[in-house]
Design a protein around this ligand. Structure first.
Ligand code: HEM
Length: 116
């Protein structure tokens, strides 16, 4: 696949991740039916698409795994774990919202600036 297709998939995957994340944080205390199930499915599916397209981009555009990319993968893990961490109350809901936005912003900043 060409890099533009991976780029598009990466971004569309991110839309799904953050849509699903918003829903799953808002419904963290709800039963796992209806809206919450859809939110969790979107979040999980989006995470897979982002990861696959991310590795596709890495293979097409990069030489190895620079530190900014490894950091992005760590942020992907944080974003992936947030619904569980908030649901189980390991992380307060308000912190979950803030961390979600900060992690997304940092991942985007890392690829734009490539500081390390
Ligand atoms: C944590 C969530 C993530 C966010 C918010 C994010 C965001 C972005 C954004 C905004 C871009 C720029 C798209 C463009 O090329 O115009 C990008 C590119 C890229 N992302 Fe991600 N990403 C995330 C996760 C990942 C993961 C997990 C990987 C690797 C497995 C990855 C690998 C890449 C690569 C290799 C590029 C292209 C770099 C280049 O153009 O040379 N990303 N990402």
């Amino acid at each position: 696949m060409d890099p533009q297709t991976y780029r598009l998939l990466h971004i569309v995957g991110l839309f799904a991740v953050f849509l699903g994340l918003g829903g799953s944080l808002a419904l963290a205390d709800a039963s796992k039916s209806g809206g919450r199930a859809i939110a969790l499915a979107l979040h999980g599916l989006g995470l897979i698409v982002v990861l696959v397209a991310g590795f596709g981009l890495q293979a097409k555009l990069l030489d190895g795994f620079p530190m900014w990319l490894i950091t992005k993968i760590a942020l992907w893990l944080v974003i992936g774990a947030l619904p569980f961490l908030v649901r189980k109350r390991y992380v307060p809901a308000m912190i979950g919202w803030i961390v979600a936005l900060a992690a997304g912003a940092m991942a985007a900043w890392l690829v734009l600036e490539r500081p390390f």
